[in-house]
Design a protein around this ligand. Structure first.
Ligand code: PMP
Length: 337
């Protein structure tokens, strides 16, 4: 019989999938590391497992303890899944702009969700930063993973994602491309690939236009999960050989093409990273092997990037009224798939 004891045992070992039509006309091999195939649906399952195991080992998280983290998304799902397996309570703190569906996913896994007003300064006692700090302090056995400062975040990628990519490409990878949020993915995978290849592998960060990593001031953008308005300590500032800034419009267009042309229903940061990977491919030597990491799936974004009304309200699609199916599906070159 072939089975695992628990779904948490399935974290990692995600496949590489070759990108086809979106990479048409480019000589390098472009491979996507499909992280939505993790059991919690995102790359964050990896860091959740390692942050919890590191805190158990250091004694910060004790049996029966409570995990308190400001998160509304993927990290919360990963933490809730691992917490359930290991018998911890979870309290997640979300700003009120986070949709009900996302909160309900966390509740479905058995987590408690505390909602805070978005329209207050970070220093305000009701802000989601202050609330999560207070709850972690005041809850008996409380522990805050803090994915933006926890070194187990990049370490999880050094220990798992990096070696997987190296083995899957038989050491032939020449470029690694990923978006930067906490910076854990790019720093951990990038460091591993540089170490194992003697510095040969090029590491390319993908960043929303306006974010600090590509020289912006933190100007708002709509792609979720990537870009910052501050420098987290989980990001190794020396890791990237290049940073490619990608607009919301290009990110969302590619996200939709990924679903329509590659059958990869992925989130907006995946479209963004893919745009960066294809730009790298366009100027890289023909025999390059480019791996782009796709952090999550697209189901959490059905009301946004995959919703024509939402897309047209931001000017990413022509107004929906009277729009034809061709307008919605049209590729950059004007053709209709
Ligand atoms: N994309 C999505 C959807 C994410 O949730 C995150 C994590 N914030 C990232 C990309 C970036 O990954 P990292 O935090 O490892 O830089």
């Amino acid at each position: 019989m072939r089975y695992v004891e628990h779904v948490v045992d399935l974290v990692g070992n995600t496949p590489l999938v070759r990108l086809g039509t979106v990479a048409e006309g480019l000589d390098p091999l472009v491979l996507a590391k499909v992280e939505y195939l993790n059991p919690g649906g995102s790359v964050k399952d990896r860091i959740a497992l390692r942050m919890i195991e590191a805190a158990e080992a250091s004694g910060e998280l004790k049996p029966g303890g409570t995990i308190v983290e400001p998160t509304s998304g993927n990290t919360g799902v990963g933490l809730a899944m691992v917490a359930q397996r290991k018998g911890y309570r979870c309290i997640f703190v979300c700003p009120d702009k986070v949709g009900e569906d996302k909160r309900n996913v966390l509740k479905a896994y058995g987590a408690e969700v505390v909602v805070c007003p978005t329209a207050v300064e970070p220093e305000h006692p009701d802000s989601y930063y202050q609330t999560s700090d207070r709850l972690a302090r005041e809850t008996e056995g409380g522990w805050k993973p803090n994915q933006y400062a926890n070194q187990a975040n990049p370490e999880s990628h050094y220990a798992t994602t990096g070696p997987e990519i190296w083995e899957q490409t038989e050491g032939k990878i020449t470029h690694f491309v990923a978006g930067i949020g906490t910076g854990g993915t790019i720093s951990g995978v990038g460091r591993y690939l540089k170490d194992v290849s003697g510095g040969r592998v090029k590491v390319v960060g993908a960043d929303p236009e306006g974010s600090v990593y590509s020289g912006g001031s933190g100007r708002p953008y709509l792609v979720e999960g990537v870009g910052e308005d501050f420098w987290p300590s989980t990001y190794d500032k020396d890791i990237c050989d290049e940073i490619v800034a990608v607009s919301d419009a290009d990110s969302f267009e590619m996200t939709r093409r990924m679903a329509q042309e590659e059958a990869l229903l992925v989130g907006g940061s995946c479209g963004m990273a893919t745009v960066a990977a294809l730009r790298v491919a366009a100027s890289a030597p023909a025999d390059s092997v480019i791996v782009v990491l796709l952090p999550d799936g697209g189901r959490g974004y059905l009301g946004k990037v995959f919703n024509d009304g939402w897309m047209s309200s931001y000017g990413f699609l022509p107004p929906t009224e009277g729009a034809t199916i061709g307008d919605v599906l049209r590729r950059k070159d004007g053709s209709i798939p």
